[in-house]
Ligand binder design. Sequence first.
Ligand code: SF4
Length: 124
Amino acid sequence: MARLLATIEHAVKKPIWDCRMCGQCVLHSTGLTCPMTCPKSLRNGPCGGVREDGTCEVDPTMTCVWLKAQDRSEKMPRPWREEFDDLRPPVDNRLQGTSSWINLLTGRDKVVPAGWESEEPPAD
Ligand code: SF4
């Protein structure tokens, strides 16, 4: 069942968002821009390497994923618009290839890697 859902999720999200199946979807807080399409796979951005013209320092043929995410998040409804400013934890690579839908339902996507703590107060 888990594999079937992962296959369906990939079939739906890959063509729309170029989903990389990280298993911890944060599209709602990034203006529906997949952060895993950033060449550095940053979950928070932009990094300090974005060029003056808004292109990526790693791949100058592409606009910075995080600049797009910021623009798009401003068009999102509340509370997702405000969630753009939340500090997202590092991705847990053990979830790669699993269904973020299942991980959302089970709460597994909220488990952060050992040793990582946000200094931000918890969201209300
Ligand atoms: S954040 Fe993860 S699950 Fe969501 S679209 Fe990107 S790779 Fe897929």
